[in-house]
Design a protein around this ligand. Structure first.
Ligand SMILES: CC(C)(COP(=O)(O)OP(=O)(O)OC[C@H]1O[C@@H](n2cnc3c(N)ncnc32)[C@H](O)[C@@H]1OP(=O)(O)O)[C@@H](O)C(=O)NCCC(=O)NCCS
Length: 145
């Protein structure tokens, strides 16, 4: 079941964040996105009271951005990432967004493959985007209309 992320999810979400990313969002980052950023929506996918994955989206008028997407390691490769992303895309379409963008590490073959298969195309590169290893980000975009 897809639902909005709650503050009580954060201990688990922060643990997953540490397991899944080399450069992680911290408690304050999630709290800001959940409580203060008016453009942001954070979701979790929950099954049997367990958080399988989570996703962040900004909807800024006609433009949407995927800000975070993650699936618990033990559930990876089972279609949850695709399901979450497809739900995110649908939400943005329902909000009348015209485009959706995202940034992804150039080395993240799995995520790039998912995004490509959901219709995202590389449109530019942000040089030296990730502070931990100075890796470049691919900027990918999908038209929603
Ligand atoms: C990226 C991520 C969200 C994908 O979620 P997932 O549930 O494992 O992915 P799915 O099972 O839905 O697979 C979706 C697609 O991803 C790609 N993919 C999945 N596992 C893969 C693998 N081991 N090798 C290559 N591509 C793979 C495939 O394109 C797959 O589509 P297919 O099954 O039709 O071939 C997940 O691996 C993850 O959380 N990674 C760590 C965090 C991260 O990198 N997030 C993205 C930040 S931009």
């Amino acid at each position: 079941m897809l639902r909005l992320m709650k503050e009580t999810d954060l201990p688990i979400v922060l643990e997953l964040e540490e397991q899944l990313f080399t450069s992680t969002w911290k408690m304050d980052d999630f709290l800001y996105e959940m409580n203060e950023n008016p453009f942001s929506q954070m979701f979790v996918w929950e099954e049997d009271s367990e958080i399988v994955g989570y996703m962040g989206i900004w909807i800024i008028f006609e433009q949407a951005q995927l800000t975070n997407l993650a699936v618990n390691k033990k559930y990876q490769g089972k279609g949850y990432g695709r399901k979450l992303l497809e739900m995110g895309i649908s939400l943005c379409q329902e909000a009348s967004c015209e485009i959706m963008t995202l940034e992804v590490r150039q080395s993240n073959v799995v995520a790039k493959s998912l995004y490509q298969s959901c219709g995202f195309e590389k449109v530019s590169v942000k040089k030296d985007y990730y502070q931990d290893n100075h890796e470049d980000a691919d900027v990918m975009m999908k038209g929603l209309i």
